[in-house]
Design a binder for this molecule. Structure first.
Ligand code: SAM
Length: 274
């Protein structure tokens, strides 16, 4: 996969030299090219921002350097200069659609992504609207809070997407059981020693009984999800739950919602087991 990043702070992306993504880059599984937006300005001060039309606090990123930067990225292409298929543009924004594991999986199937990192009050909206004429564009939010710039969001997106590129994570099995993959949070994990500061690991995990361990993990995952993210339980598909799941969920107060489309669960406090 090729990822182009446009930013006024290229140094943020030095972090992609280390750990699993650094190794993936060395092995050519992931090609990351970082562009300095200021290289596409033409004044002595390399200006990228200006005051907002309509007034208000803060500055807005001007469209001209962004337009030139995206023209440059598109002309370069994933395989060098020449006509190529257009990339998918991801614009981090607190006003974007939520970034989820499902979207990370969708983006991981793309051969070429471009990330546009805003600063100040954001990028002149015409940049995003004009880009939609020539490529697929997603404005994507990392969460319901405001960062100073798109760089941290872009790093999170590159990491979440990059680790799904085949070969980047050595043991692909570890990707299958993770939180959010099947709409649940993962069960808690434990390692050696078996007792630490008088805290033992759950007996079942050292029992060697693989069936019992799988059931314990599934129940712990359901309990954790119900406690921390009831919104996820509401959206679980009862058809994807086995009989033991339904018993565990019922004990936590969650019953399949009768006749709901799409199917889901509803909390009923009277169903909670003592
Ligand atoms: N004025 C904007 C608003 O209220 O929607 C916030 C601008 S923010 C200070 C500057 C930049 O940080 C944004 O253009 C975006 O690139 C990035 N950013 C801030 N919060 C973000 C979030 N939750 N998710 C993704 N990007 C974010």
């Amino acid at each position: 996969m090729r990822v182009d990043v446009v930013t006024i702070f290229p140094a943020y992306f030095d972090a992609l030299d280390v750990s699993l993504l650094g190794k993936a880059r060395e092995r050519g599984l992931l090609v990351v090219v970082v562009h300095d937006l200021r290289d596409f300005t033409h004044d002595r001060h390399r200006t990228v921002d200006d005051t907002p039309y309509g007034g208000g606090a803060g500055m807005v990123m001007r469209p001209e350097p962004w337009g030139e930067a995206l023209d440059h990225v598109l002309a370069t292409g994933p395989d060098g200069p020449g006509p190529v298929e257009s990339p998918r543009l991801v614009v981090p924004s607190p006003a974007g659609r939520p970034f989820t594991q499902a979207l990370a999986e969708e983006l991981a199937a793309e051969p070429w992504l471009v990330l546009a990192c805003g600063r100040y009050e954001g990028i002149d909206q015409r940049v995003v609207d004009e880009a939609r004429d020539r490529m697929r564009v997603d404005e994507v939010s990392l969460g319901d809070y405001v960062l100073n710039g798109g760089e941290v969001a872009a790093l999170a997106i590159v990491e979440a997407v990059g680790r799904l590129v085949p070969g980047v994570v050595g043991n692909s099995g570890s990707l299958a059981d993770e939180s959010h993959v099947a709409g649940l949070l993962e069960a808690p994990s434990f390692t050696k020693p078996p007792v630490w500061r008088e805290w033992p690991v759950p007996d079942v995990l050292v029992s060697g009984n693989h069936g019992a361990i799988a059931r314990w993990r599934r129940d712990a995952s359901l309990r954790r999800t119900a406690r921390v993210r009831p919104d996820l339980v509401e959206r679980l598909d009862p058809a994807a739950c086995d009989a033991a799941d339904l018993v565990q969920l019922a004990a936590l107060g969650w019953l399949p919602t009768p006749g709901a489309h799409p199917a889901g669960f509803t909390y009923d406090p009277t169903a909670v087991a003592d």
